[in-house]
Design a protein. Structure first.
Length: 173
């Protein structure tokens, strides 16, 4: 599998957005949840996720989906060697998917999600508290500076509980 470009877009009405993107892209979404839809394009290889919440019509974040965890680990090592601040999230559940990922920010604070999909999940996020929900509008807005926890959940916390987000999230995958 080749690396795939990812863009997450905030929308105000998911059903309307799904209908428009289906017509525009010529394919049906690969995944639809109450607050999330994902389109997977083969040519060009791209993942476009629609996320209910955030500032409608704006890019929430960008990313690259890698073929496997080893490639994510290599990209992480290279990024760290360049002196960039990263937020690591191995084995996290976010946006109805379990993934190995890390986050970096460009010079203007735009978040980039570098990840591999491990498996689909039936819940939006697994977090310790509702405030830790991945990719929520507040977490993404606060992630402009690399030192701030971006779009993440504390996956190492043994006290984590399942939290299904219905309408207050904007995310990825």
């Amino acid at each position: 599998m080749a690396n795939t470009f990812h863009v997450a877009i905030s929308v105000k009405n998911l059903d309307t957005a799904i209908a428009k993107y289906t017509k525009m892209l010529g394919v049906a979404p690969a995944k639809v949840k109450p607050d999330y839809a994902k389109f997977e394009l083969a040519d060009p290889p791209a993942i476009i996720s629609l996320n209910l919440g955030g500032e409608p019509g704006t890019v929430s974040h960008l990313g690259i989906r890698y073929a496997d965890s080893e490639t994510v680990t290599q990209a992480l090592a290279r990024t760290k060697a360049e002196g960039m601040a990263v937020h690591e999230q191995p084995g996290t559940t976010c946006c109805y998917a379990k993934a190995d990922k890390f986050w970096v920010h460009d010079a203007d604070g735009l978040g980039w999600e570098m990840y591999t999909l491990l498996e689909d999940a039936e819940v939006h996020s697994i977090v310790a508290t509702p405030q830790d929900v991945c990719c929520s509008a507040t977490n993404v807005e606060q992630s402009a500076a690399p030192a701030v926890n971006s779009c993440g959940s504390p996956t190492q916390n043994a006290q984590a509980e399942l939290v299904q987000i219905q309408t207050k999230s904007a995310c990825c995958s």
